[in-house]
Design a protein around this ligand. Structure first.
Ligand code: ATP
Length: 354
């Protein structure tokens, strides 16, 4: 078990900076997601925590000990890779016991540990099968078994489910999360899939271009995105952005969208200039009696809800409405934005006003 503290972590590859001074804390037992688009530096961050890559500067503390410049072998961290890196010529039992046998652990102890891990993962019945003939899921379980069996301080997982098809991926992600809930081992998990991060993570770091954009619980990040990037990256369909020029004093509880005042959570700081009002589709209501109007451009039926696309004076807005609500293409309708859920951003810096 381990707490991992990251301080001002930076990684340069020649002239290119892949990670630009990240800081965050992974608490003992957390399922922690590193989330962001391709190339944002999440794998590099994971590899630095595991010791497979040394930082250019900054610190990695594991349980208070600075391991920044230590090799992987001295960190007691297990990597679980996407491509089930198993030994194809060995059976399941040998694959799982390999790390223990190579440490020189006595045979009886190895047998007991392998049996325990096989029970946790539900693979006791395939221990003597060759790994070559196993299904994708069983291979993944064996790869996990090999990581779990040596009881490391923490697990690092780099898109471990990336090779699986969608349906099976969902099943394995539930299995992984349930396994974590039983074992409570600190786990750092890299993904570019925001839904996977939201569903599985206790905490999420959202990265973009080597920078930590936000660090928090899934709910924090969804409800209070710190930047336009995070607001756009998390949620499907994404948050709507209403662009306007305006001014709001500290303590203000509304902004003026053209002629229409829009209530929002009380601002702690003043805002002025090019602004963006952010609202999630599920917080846009369609009603006749609102002075803020839009025109219905498209509807997309999703069973219990529908996504209604509207053009407004401040840009395109998508609303998630009940499927039973009647909306007609080309019709002008009133929009209500749930005031408690609105975010206000600076269009130039992309930062949210608090
Ligand atoms: P992906 O999901 O595509 O792997 P990522 O967010 O995990 O993306 P990284 O693998 O951390 O991104 O890579 C971040 C950037 O650093 C990329 O532009 C990559 O090309 C670069 N990079 C990574 N490793 C090296 C290296 N050894 N030498 C040079 N550049 C590298």
């Amino acid at each position: 078990m381990a707490e991992i503290v990251i301080r001002n972590l930076r990684k340069e590859f020649g002239a290119f900076t892949a990670v630009r001074g990240s800081s965050f804390t992974i608490r003992d037992g957390e399922f922690f997601m590193l989330l962001g688009p391709s190339g944002c530096g999440k794998t590099t961050t994971l590899r630095m925590i595991a010791g497979l890559e040394l930082p250019t500067s900054g610190e990695i503390l594991i349980d208070g000990e600075d391991v920044s410049q230590k090799p992987a072998s001295q960190r007691d961290i297990a990597m679980v890779f996407q491509m089930f890196a198993l030994y194809p010529h060995m059976n399941v039992r040998k694959n799982i016991s390999y790390p223990l046998v190579s440490q020189g652990m006595p045979k009886a102890q190895v047998q007991a540990k392998v049996a325990e891990v096989a029970r946790i993962l539900g693979i006791a019945d395939i221990l003597d099968k060759p790994v070559g003939g196993l299904s994708g899921g069983d291979r993944q379980r064996v790869a996990l078994g090999r990581a779990i069996v040596r009881n490391p301080k923490a697990f690092m997982m780099d898109e471990p489910l990336g090779a699986l098809d969608a349906e099976f991926r969902e099943h394995m992600s539930e299995e992984l999360r349930a396994l974590h809930d039983r074992m409570k081992a600190t786990t750092v998990y890299v993904t570019h899939d925001q839904l996977e991060a939201m569903q599985m993570g206790d905490k999420i770091v959202v990265m973009n271009h080597g920078v930590v954009e936000q660090f928090g619980t899934p709910q924090d990040i969804y409800d209070h995105p710190a930047t336009l990037f995070v607001a756009d990256f998390i949620g499907s369909p994404s948050m709507n952005f209403l662009r306007f020029e305006g001014v709001a004093a500290a303590g203000a509880t509304s902004v003026q969208l053209g002629e229409v005042p829009m209530s929002l959570p009380e601002l702690q700081e003043p805002a002025a200039g090019k602004l963006v009002l952010g609202v999630r589709p599920e917080h846009v209501g369609l009603t006749d009696n609102s002075p803020y109007r839009g025109r219905v451009e498209a509807t997309e039926y999703l069973g219990t809800t529908q996504i209604v696309t509207l053009s407004t004076p401040n840009g395109v807005v998508k609303a998630r409405a009940p499927a039973t609500q009647s909306v007609k293409l080309g019709e002008a309708v009133g929009l209500t934005l749930n005031p408690r859920t609105l975010s206000l951003f600076d269009a130039t810096t992309g930062r949210a006003f608090r």
